[in-house]
Design a binder for this molecule. Structure first.
Ligand code: B16
Ligand code: MG
Length: 214
């Protein structure tokens, strides 16, 4: 039986990918190049510093370590200014109701995100009190597809992996969950998330009752 729901943040609960894209693109433009929305797909679930290294490689820009840290902070400041404006209206369709239903049915609700800004985003969108545990980019040392983020989440609520289901929109996230020995719900398209146990387009297309039939 499943007792615990572990949610990815960007792409599952909120669409912060659009803000990340805006802020990264602004930085790239300042450095004299641009990158496409398709390239931006590759940044989903990837940590801030790894994303930056990838973007710099696309622009054939080589920077010293010190300047890389400066650029990362510069991007994050621009991103934070956008996050500050977030409200509960920025939750993806069905996210609020699904989280509330999971809580009401007695599931443990956990966050498993690569973002260092995860708590702020949950707070701004009003769902922070619904979480029993939060694993974010401040805790995690190995990025998805490493299972660390989800294993840590299970550990924080004293549950074993086989009792957990992970909701993920990124291929690397589904792989991380599988490596952790957990059940998976893919949020997004079949081309990307073929490994998931169940596939839906959003949390508005699934009910908490569906989870028990996995
Ligand atoms: P930050 P997730 C990820 O969130 C994003 O998908 C990814 O694009 C971003 O670079 C990463 O968080 C780090 O975010 O700069 O806020 O620490 O999908 O793992 O919830
Ligand atoms: Mg994601």
């Amino acid at each position: 039986t499943i007792t615990t729901c572990i949610f990815d943040l960007d792409g599952v609960i909120v669409d912060t990918a659009v803000y990340h894209y805006k802020a990264w693109r602004q930085m790239a433009n300042e450095l004299g190049f641009d990158f496409s929305e398709l390239q931006n797909e590759k940044l989903k679930g990837v940590s801030r510093i790894d994303s930056l290294r990838l973007i710099l490689s696309w622009g054939n820009v080589v920077k010293e370590e010190e300047e890389i840290q400066v650029l990362a902070k510069h991007k994050n400041d621009a991103y934070l200014a956008m996050i500050e404006q977030m409200t509960p209206e920025n939750l993806l369709p069905g996210a609020h109701d699904f989280l509330v239903a999971a809580k009401e049915k007695g599931y443990k609700v956990v966050l498993g995100s690569a973002s260092k800004n995860a708590k702020l985003i949950l707070d701004k969108t009003g769902v922070l009190p619904l979480f029993d545990a939060i694993v974010d980019g401040n805790i995690v040392t190995a990025s998805k597809p490493d299972p660390q983020v989800f294993l840590k989440g299970a550990e924080l609520v004293n549950e074993r992996p086989q009792h957990c289901v992970v909701f993920e929109d990124a291929e690397a996230g589904i792989e991380a969950a599988k490596r952790a020995g957990m059940h998976t719900v893919g949020i997004g398209s079949a081309e990307i998330l073929h490994g998931a146990d169940i596939l839906v387009s959003g949390l508005n297309k699934i009910t908490i009752a569906d989870i028990q039939s996995i």
